[in-house]
Ligand binder design. Structure first.
Ligand SMILES: *Cc1c(COP(=O)(O)O)cnc(C)c1O
Length: 369
C-alpha cells in the first residue's frame, strides 16, 4: 500500500457492523479486573489504555518497528536517554551541538551531572563521526532545528554500530513520512508528535519506535515507572489527525518550497535555507534520505528590528513558536537564546493555506520592512 492509503488506515480495527472506524477515547483510571495479573489485557490506567494501543499500532505500521507513545516529545527523549544510558558513570552520549535545545539541556544538565559523558559535534559535514570511539548512544537530528543542516544517516549509523553504539534519530521535523530512521538502520526513531505528525497545534505528545520488541518493552516499562503517560483524548486526536498526514505534508512542503524560492528573490533577505532547494548545502544528503523536505524554511533579515517589523506586518502568517501545523507560523528564533544564530533569524513553518496567499502575505510584510 502507498503512503496516502497507509496513513488513512493505520491502526484501525477491522470495520464492523454498527461500530465507528476509529473507536472513541477510553477514559479509565482503572478497569474491571479479577483473577491473576496477565489474565486481563487492561488493569490500571498508568499501565495501558486501548486508545494508546490503537495509536501505537498505527505508528508501528508506519515506522516499521514497535512504537510507544509518551506524554510529550521530551518524555520520549527522556525515555530513550534514561533506558539506554541510565544515570551512571562511564556511559558516553554523542549529541549534535546544533540539535533541539531542550534535549541538549537535559543531556548536559541531568545526565551529565549523574556521570554520563556528553560529547557534541555539529550536524553538518557528519562531524559526529569523529566522536564515536567508546560511545554508548549516538543521537542524531537531521535536518537540524532551526538551522536545517543535514547529516548522512546510513553512513553515521553504520559507523556508530561498528563501535557497538546504539543510534537514536530525532525525526520530528520530517515526520515518519518524510524520513524513515529505522529503515536506514537506526535503533530508535524519536518524535515530538506535537509538531507535523499531528499537525493541528492543539496537543502535546511524543513517541519512540524501536528496532526490536525488547527495547520497546524497556521503553514501555520506563513510561510506566516514570509515569509520563499520555492522556487518552490527546492520543485519540493524534490518531484522528494521522489520516490527513500525507495531504498535509504534501501541501506544506509545496508551500515551503515556493516560499523558499520567493524569499531568494528578495533583497531584504540576506540568506535562505531549505533542504529542498537544489543550491542549498543540505540538498545532496536530504534528497538521498528524505521523501519530503519538511515544512520549515529559515531565513535571515538584517537585524532584530527588521525581523520584528516583518513579523508584525504579517497578516496571515501567525507569530508563534513551534512548527508543522496547518497554520503558517513564524518567529524570531533568537528571542529564545541557546542557538548560534543571528538576531534577525526567522524560522518560518509552512501551513496548508493556499500557497499564493502565503507568498502575498510575506511579500507585503517584506515591503513594510
Ligand atoms: C518540539 C521538539 C521536541 C520536544 O517535543 P515536545 O513535544 O515539545 O516535548 C524534540 N525535538 C524536536 C526536534 C522538537 O522540535
Amino acid at each position: 500500500m502507498r503512503d496516502g492509503t497507509r496513513v488513512v488506515r493505520a491502526g484501525l480495527p477491522k470495520a464492523s457492523e454498527g461500530e465507528p472506524f476509529l473507536p472513541g477515547p477510553v477514559f479509565a483510571g482503572t478497569y474491571g479486573f479479577s483473577g491473576e495479573t496477565g489474565t486481563s489485557r487492561y488493569t490500571y490506567g498508568r499501565y495501558h489504555n486501548p486508545t494508546w494501543s490503537f495509536f501505537e499500532e498505527a505508528l508501528t505500521e508506519l515506522e516499521g518497528g514497535p512504537a510507544v507513545v509518551f506524554s510529550s516529545g521530551m518524555a520520549a527523549v527522556t525515555a530513550v536517554l534514561g533506558s539506554v544510558l541510565g544515570a551512571r558513570t562511564g556511559n558516553v552520549l554523542v549529541m549534535p551541538s546544533d540539535g533541539y535545545y531542550t534535549a541538549r539541556m537535559l543531556a548536559e544538565g541531568y545526565f551529565a551531572s549523574h556521570g554520563v559523558e556528553v560529547r557534541k559535534a555539529p550536524t553538518a559535514g557528519n562531524a559526529q563521526a569523529d566522536q564515536l570511539e567508546g560511545a554508548t548512544l549516538v543521537w542524531l537530528e537531521t535536518p537540524s532545528n532551526p538551522c536545517l543542516e543535514t547529516c548522512d544517516l546510513a553512513e553515521l549509523i553504520g559507523k556508530a554500530h561498528k563501535q557497538n553504539a546504539l543510534v537514536a534519530v530525532d525525526n520530528t521535523t520530517p515526520t515518519v513520512l518524510g524520513q524513515q530512521p529505522l529503515m536506514l538502520g537506526a535503533d530508535f526513531s524519536v518524535s515530538s508528535d506535537s509538531k507535523g505528525l499531528t499537525g493541528h497545534s492543539d496537543l502535546i505528545l511524543g513517541h519512540v519506535a524501536a528496532r526490536g520488541q525488547e527495547w520497546a518493552d524497556r521503553l514501555r516499562a520506563f513510561r510506566t515507572q516514570q509515569g509520563a503517560i499520555p492522556g487518552p483524548m490527546e492520543v485519540w486526536l493524534a490518531h484522528r489527525s494521522l489520516a490527513t498526514l500525507e495531504m498535509r505534508v504534501q501541501r506544506q512542503c509545496e508551500n515551503a518550497m515556493n516560499v523558499a524560492r520567493y524569499l531568494g528573490t528578495r533583497t531584504e533577505v540576506l540568506s535562505v535555507r531549505y533542504p529542498g532547494l537544489s543550491r542549498d548545502p543540505s540538498f545532496g544528503i536530504a534528497s538521498k534520505q528524505m521523501k519530503y523536505f519538511g515544512p520549515i524554511v529559515s531565513f535571515v533579515l538584517e537585524d532584530k528590528e527588521k525581523a520584528d517589523r516583518f513579523l508584525t506586518a504579517c497578516k496571515l502568517v501567525i507569530t508563534a513558536t513551534s512548527f508543522g501545523g496547518v497554520h503558517s507560523t513564524a518567529e524570531r528564533r533568537a528571542r529564545w537564546g541557546g542557538d548560534a544564530i543571528p538576531a534577525g533569524f526567522i524560522r518560518f513553518s509552512a501551513g496548508c493555506e493556499d500557497g499564493e496567499d502565503i507568498v502575498e502575505d510575506l511579500s507585503q510584510a517584506l515591503d513594510a520592512v
